[in-house]
Design a binder for this molecule. Structure first.
Ligand code: GDP
Length: 510
């Protein structure tokens, strides 16, 4: 029956995955188990999820060193609030060292390029602060090659200065210190560098390898020296990339533009991005319609370390998502589809783990309950109940206090389990409403035994037998001890007699 199956399901470890719609177990049963145990019912999807070929797009293996060419460093500026990060970015953007070949109005696209008079280039990510850096890192993405740590010379090392240092260390990104606000009379750059020592940032003059440049972001002093220091470090780092082959990159910003739809700023890490390229990023794809630089100028291509606005996305990918070029639109759709399914799959797997945990907890609870109540059998549960109330039988019914409820101790014997259980269940439904309680002190199958008689005698109970016999000596023993022995071959007659006996126990109506 339903409850039995349910019990079995909850009690045993059921591999939901293995259950098919046509299984012997009806769907509603499984659903019920799932509902009762608080699980989510998704088995159909689970079974269909197995063995999916991986259709994702992947990064290429490392490039042949012969194809590698130097690339500009990608730099992030960090530091304590009010130490001058925004001012520094603005000055770098406006200063004469900024590439002005396009001559347009600089727009905020999340990054900009600085070109030194000597021709070297630096890409600055212009979303200062830790949030951007951390969210990238959280995605396992690291667009930054060098971190410029801005420390105000009048303020020194502060909380967020230390945090920035920790970020850099965790991401294994080398630092350059920009000691800012050196135009201020109270500026003390020396003190700043000393304080940094305590955080394992050892500047060159203390024998370390960290360059420290004294600048004034506000006045634009020494920005070229800072840029040169950056280029020097980049040379040490030997930053290289392969400008050929399918593009790999990173979304550093994304937004929806009124006229152009979803737009991202991408940092190119490998290959050269051109119009017409087909890209995937997260669960979105693009056929590149336009590329723009930070001056709003359309560009035809963007190579390693360049930051470009990409127009042509179907949906908006998130910052930090990696960009991969694929060979066709069809392939892009396939990748996006695969990733969506993969995401769904992950969710299912998480749910499945939660289900398994719940199931385990439930099983454990159930096991404990069974152990406590019925670790033996259904039948012995009754014995346990009896034992729990045994003190009621410690004296003979006649000796019990009048206030105590009347009870009729019973021993039930039958020919087969089924008949005993049938009688017990009739009694169950019957005795609940009675003034006189039936107390089944023992039940079992087989002919009446000496033990049955002794037990009935001890508890002043009666023996009811169904389709069983009592031998002559047993009958005599019963008679001798005054134990009522009632044998029947028809259940309703047995029940009738039992009812009569119960009634006889009740106090007479007055
Ligand atoms: P952020 O919070 O780190 O981005 O700091 P801001 O760039 O907003 O600068 C905070 C304040 O410091 C502003 O009032 C800036 O004008 C000022 N400031 C930034 N750089 C300098 C500098 O080199 N010299 C002086 N005197 N003030 C500066």
């Amino acid at each position: 029956d339903f409850d039995h199956v349910l019990e079995a399901l909850l009690n045993t470890s059921v591999d939901l995955d293995s259950l098919e719609p046509h299984s012997v177990l009806e769907e509603r049963w499984i659903k019920e188990v799932v509902t009762r145990s608080g699980m989510k019912f998704r088995w159909a999807k689970l079974s269909e999820s197995k063995e999916r070929p991986n259709r994702d797009a992947h990064c290429r293996p490392p490039a042949d060193p012969a194809h590698l060419v130097s690339r500009p460093p990608v730099v992030t500026i960090m530091g304590h609030v009010d130490h001058g990060k925004t001012t520094l970015l603005d000055s770098l953007r406006k200063s004469q060292i900024v590439s002005t070949e396009a001559g347009g109005i600089t727009q905020h696209i999340g990054a900009f390029l600085v070109q030194l008079p000597t021709g070297e280039k630096i890409t600055f990510l212009d979303t200062p602060g830790h949030a951007a850096f951390s969210s990238m890192r959280a995605r396992g993405a690291n667009a930054t090659d060098i971190l410029i740590l801005v420390v105000a010379a009048d303020d020194g090392v502060m909380n967020q200065t230390v945090e920035s240092i920790q970020h850099a260390k965790r991401a294994k990104v080398p630092l350059i210190v920009a000691v800012n606000k050196c135009d201020k009379p109270q500026a003390d750059p020396q003190k700043v560098k000393q304080e940094l020592l305590a955080h394992d940032v050892v500047c060159e003059e203390f024998g370390g390898d960290v360059q420290a440049i004294h600048i004034s972001a506000l006045k634009g002093d020494n920005l070229l020296a800072l840029a040169e220091a950056t280029v020097t470090l980049a040379e040490v780092l030997e930053l290289k990339a392969d400008p050929s082959g399918p593009v790999e990159g990173l979304v550093i910003e994304s937004r929806t533009d009124k006229g152009r739809g979803p737009v991202t700023t991408a940092i190119i890490q490998r290959g050269t991005l051109k119009r017409g390229c087909v890209l995937v990023a997260g669960k979105s794809w693009a056929k590149v319609r336009f590329l723009f630089d930070e001056n709003g100028q359309a560009v035809t291509e963007a190579g390693p370390s360049a930051a470009v606005e990409v127009v042509g996305w179907k949906e908006l990918p998130s910052a930090g998502e990696s960009i991969l070029e694929v060979e066709s639109e069809q392939r892009a759709r396939e990748v996006v589809e695969w990733r969506s399914q993969e995401k769904e799959q992950q969710k299912l797997q998480e749910e499945q783990s939660a289900i398994e945990l719940k199931q385990k907890l439930h099983q454990e609870e159930y096991r404990q309950e069974r152990e406590r109540m019925t670790h033996l059998s259904w039948r012995q549960r009754r014995v346990a109940m009896y034992l729990a109330n045994k003190d009621k039988f410690s004296s003979r019914p006649s000796e019990r206090a009048q206030s105590e409820q009347l009870s009729l101790p019973l021993i039930i014997k039958g020919d087969v389990d089924g008949s005993v259980e049938a009688i017990l269940s009739i009694l169950d439904s019957y005795d609940a409403q009675q003034q006189c309680q039936l107390e089944v002190i023992h039940f079992g199958i087989g002919d009446i035994s000496e033990n049955d008689i002794n037990m009935a005698d001890t508890f002043r109970g009666s023996i009811y037998g169904f389709n069983v016999a009592a031998s002559r000596p047993i009958e005599q023993l019963a008679a001798k001890k005054g134990v009522p022995l009632r044998l029947h071959r028809v259940i309703y007659k047995l029940i009738d007699q039992l009812k009569d006996e119960l009634s006889s126990k009740l106090p007479p109506l007055v």
